[in-house]
Design a protein. Sequence first.
Length: 302
Amino acid sequence: MTGTINSARNAPPERTRFKLDGRSVALDRRVHAARGDLADLALAGVLFSAHYAKAVPLTCVAPGAAIVSGTSPTAEAVSELLRGETFHALDVMTDWAWGFCGHDGYVGYIRRDALDLLETPSHRIKVESAPLFSAPDIKAPIADHWPGGALFSGEVQGNFIACAEGYIHSRHAEPADTKPADWVATAERYLGQPYIWGGRGHRGIDCSGLVQVALGQAGIVVPRDTDLQCEGIGAPIDSDAALQRGDLIFFPGHVGIMTDGKTLLHANAHWMAVVQEPLADVVARLADTHPQPIIARRRISA
């Protein structure tokens, strides 16, 4: 509910009543942080809430951490933060924090132990998965693996970049502000990675996550979910126009990336992996259940 708050003129001060005026506005709760008891202070002029909180930016320090819809053990994973990405916390509890992701505004809960103080990244992992060495030696024990796109702050020491958790080989990282010229090549690094609903590259990825992380590493910020991407990425392509590398093909609840005029790269539940296959095969597979398998074709300007 939106509008102004007016107190009744004749009500006693200790029992002041409030009235909401104005038209209701339907907010997409995926990207507007508001729940029954609390809302982002930035929404104070748009949405009435019993309480507001100012977001506190924190850094994800886990290799990857699920963003979930609630604190129940069965809560659905809705997205994922990668190492070094920002989470804006509005409510911090013992085990959980509620708020929104810094790169796309996506709202949800994240484990509290995955967050720490805000960090300014200097480097980004540029391979599909990079080993985190316990010492600056390729024979040293592996402490962890960081996913492609993970951000971290470190100092170059010979062939390694030293960071708080260990050492990343310089062949596996690049300056954080690097923008690859071919974002589709970034997406192709994920070939073979398992399909995981809500994933963005830590041990698995989904269709819209693949589009988001690949474009994000090229400096192009896009929404998280397929429907939002369909509305907000690029420009429509005429139905009779030839397709080219980098075009996005939208299906009901799904999206893929053209690697050339006929081949689609996509993370999908049919193969349970990121694969390349002829676009015609995907259309044929969907034709029995969807009269119009392709609902949109969009092209991103250079």
